[in-house]
Write a protein that binds this ligand. Structure first.
Ligand SMILES: [Zn+2]
Ligand SMILES: [Zn+2]
Length: 242
């Protein structure tokens, strides 16, 4: 499948049923997530189509350590020598190649069926070494600045990555955009997952990229606010209850 331009300098790379994103910067290329196993050719092909060479992929940043986001990582690192980044809570699972932590399906019959069908925590992958652990609030000096926002719930080490200043938010699996904005397949903690969705709804960003589903190219934070943000009636109800 072809690479798709999302916003200037950011390209979506389809990796099976998951998405990766390639960011062009003055300091080389950055890849967000590494899809399912055996999908490395999609990334290497995308790099070629941009007229770049493999060794120009400098950074590989993971939104979290699930099989559909780290699957082709070891192969991509072997081909490119990219430096790898992940939140410390998910590093052990990436470096061991599994098994993965169990998840409970998100609320709803469809999610219960899909989660069982798609998510297999006992799966084993080729391990990938992580060079740098990510901390919430830090701004990576990459592609003009990428802010790390810890957003646990779906996965303990889940982070959202904000390409500054508010240009595009990469949400990983905090939510999906399949049949509209909605829950990921499952949660390690539903309560934390909801808090993370609300946290993202409080940010300002133009475009949004998801681990699964189509990106939103503009006014994305408005859509998040409508779905998970505080509405005037919530504030009114809180005041009345107080
Ligand atoms: Zn996931
Ligand atoms: Zn995923």
């Amino acid at each position: 499948m072809a690479v798709k331009l999302v916003i200037k300098g950011v390209h979506l790379v389809p990796m099976g049923m998951a998405n990766a994103y390639l960011i062009e910067g003055d300091d080389g290329l950055t890849l967000i997530d590494a899809g399912y196993p055996n999908k490395e050719a999609a990334v290497l092909g995308a790099i070629r189509r941009l007229g770049r060479s493999q060794d120009q992929l400098k950074h590989l940043i993971f939104t979290h350590g699930h099989p559909d986001h780290i699957g082709s990582a070891a192969a991509i690192v072997r081909e490119t020598g990219a430096r790898t980044y992940m939140h410390s809570l998910d590093i052990p699972v990436a470096e061991s190649g599994g098994p993965f932590r169990p998840m409970t399906a998100a609320p709803g019959m469809l999610w219960r069926v899909l989660c069982k069908l798609i998510y297999h925590p006992d799966r084993r992958l080729e391990p990938v070494a992580i060079n740098q652990s990510l901390t919430s609030g830090e701004i990576l000096p990459i592609a003009g600045g990428i802010e790390v926002i810890h957003t646990p719930g779906h996965c303990a080490g889940q982070v959202a990555l904000l390409l500054r200043p508010g240009r595009m938010l990469f949400v990983g699996d905090v939510c999906m955009n399949i049949m509209g904005l909605g829950d990921p397949l499952g949660f390690e903690s539903l309560e934390e997952g909801r808090a993370s969705q609300r946290k993202l709804a409080g940010l300002s960003f133009d475009a949004a990229g998801f681990g699964h589903g189509a990106p939103i190219t503009h006014d994305a934070s408005k859509r998040f606010r409508n779905k998970w943000g505080k509405h005037p009636q919530d504030v009114f109800q809180q005041r009345s209850a107080a």
